[in-house]
Design a protein around this ligand. Sequence first.
Ligand code: G3H
Ligand code: 13P
Ligand code: ZN
Length: 326
Amino acid sequence: MAASAPYEKLGVVNTKEMFRKAMAGKYAIPAYNFNNMEQLQAIVTGCVQSGSPVILQVSGSARKYADGVMMPYMVEGAVAMARKMGSNIPIALHLDHGNTFELAKDCIDSGFSSVMIDGSHHSFEENIRLTAEVVEYAHTKGVTVEGELGVLAGVEDEVSAEVSHYTQPEEVEEFVSRTGADSLAISIGTSHGAHKFKLKPGQKPPTLRFDILEEIEKLLPGYPIVLHGASSVSPEHVAMINQFGGNLESAVGIPAEQLRRAAQSAVCKINIDSDGRLAMTAIIRKIFTEDPTEFDPRKYLGPARDELITLIKDKNTNVLGSASRA
Ligand code: G3H
Ligand code: 13P
Ligand code: ZN
């Protein structure tokens, strides 16, 4: 890896050391998605207050939304805020579901310390070619790379899949050795969004395919695995959204105990986006319903930010086990 990396000027780190410690300590690093200031403040504050390392995660469309030029400054500011709070937690800036070499390169050059190249919708050979191309460039800049094998159902940025395809364990060794990827996202039954399973009344969500995860762990001992689509979809937030004019019937996520189990395995990174969106939406809907005269964004975005801080501290402490590990 190179001595000087573009991301160093932002005060962020790559995921290498984070994952090494998470693997040894049997916990997972939280990767929280954001696209605006309030989310970013909440993620950093929640992780500082719980003493957790954190991966700040940005999809291609989130980067476009916040503006690619503005994004590194936002993160530099968020790191400065954490340090002002007296905290030295490790913070990584990660591209989520990068789909082209050009996007990954642009992110690396602008200060991302980690990138995902998601070639899971391509053939095995094309996935390897694309991932290896990104790894080759990323490693010259000290940036870590996440690849993906297997397809998750739901929307992954501009790519969406109707059904999931579980990762085939027999492919993982070849993929990792031929690409040089630093971590691997796998498909074991999670999916993106707030409707992960179609359940009949009273039915519980199915158990993730821990057998596939265990097989992969045996084939790649000590290698960091990533779990996408890992929101739990809080019934309280869903109920609040529905109570205050929303319509999120039958939204359901991954039970916390299954994520706790995953965090103790080779899963070193757990991705959470939908839970944060639901928390903020629930609070904003409540405030708008209870006071239709309110129009100061600070009066609804502020409480929404507080709710997200509470959620993040709870996840780090009670689900991922990353609290007090920074
Ligand atoms: O995996 C998808 C993430 O939740 C990002 O979603 O593309 O709507 O920003 P987004
Ligand atoms: P959720 O939709 O379950 O929060 O998953 C987010 C994710 O995997 C981002 O890459
Ligand atoms: Zn994802």
